[in-house]
Design a protein around this ligand. Structure first.
Ligand SMILES: Cc1cc2nc3c(=O)[nH]c(=O)nc-3n(C[C@H](O)[C@H](O)[C@H](O)COP(=O)(O)O)c2cc1C
Length: 184
């Protein structure tokens, strides 16, 4: 069965290692899996319940329907100050509503991240898992993919060149297939 995956990237900057890592996911996706980046996180206003009425802002509607239509979610994010970037948290907050009918509810997901440091987003991923616990998003447990010292793992064009990391990425995406099929 083909699997469509909606990817959220937690960094907005052009030369983002996490964006490059998402491109590597697209390149290494197993047969039958397509990964599309929802590339509009910068258009989302800060979450404001007063805007979240009968007609929410258009980018919010797009975010929610894109996630709802995808079979699975892929979140690729840096760690900021031992947590996730505000831009990603804001997207999760919008997607988490309306309560009880959220597109994140029971959605299979895989998470991974790259940082320039030695811990490779380990704390950020734990913080992300905590939010996904509340939204009842089924985040795949293993393998955990933490890309450390990101500056050494990509070439000048942003291609993921580190072979062990490429293998981890492949393993994560392969594990997402039975996880998604079991849960949907
Ligand atoms: C505001 C801010 C906070 C950061 N906090 C952390 C951190 O807690 N842990 C870490 O490993 N790296 C941290 N970094 C460094 C990031 O790993 C590095 O900037 C990385 O390249 C960001 O991902 P990107 O390349 O996808 O933008 C931080 C960077 C910024 C800008």
């Amino acid at each position: 069965m083909p699997i469509t995956v909606c990817a959220l990237v937690g960094s907005l900057r052009k030369g983002s290692y996490n964006r490059y890592l998402t491109h590597a996911c697209q390149e290494l996706a197993p047969d039958g899996m397509t990964i599309e980046i929802f590339d509009r996180l910068r258009e989302l206003p800060h979450y404001d319940a007063d805007l979240d009425g009968a007609t929410p802002p258009e980018p919010v509607v797009a975010l929610r329907s894109t996630i709802a239509q995808a079979n699975a979610l892929l979140i690729v994010t840096p760690e900021y100050n031992y947590s996730i970037p505000g831009v990603l948290k804001n997207a999760i907050d919008w997607a988490s509503r309306p309560a009880g009918k959220s597109c994140l509810n029971k959605k299979p997901a895989a998470i991974l991240g790259a940082s320039t440091g030695l811990m490779g987003t380990v704390r950020g991923q734990l913080a992300l898992r905590q939010s996904l616990l509340f939204t009842e998003t089924y985040a795949l447990l293993k393998p955990e993919v933490m890309v450390t010292k990101a500056a050494d793992k990509f070439d000048a064009e942003g291609r993921l060149t580190d072979e062990p990391t490429r293998t981890f990425v492949r393993q994560l995406l392969e594990a997402l297939i039975p996880w998604t099929n079991r849960l949907t």
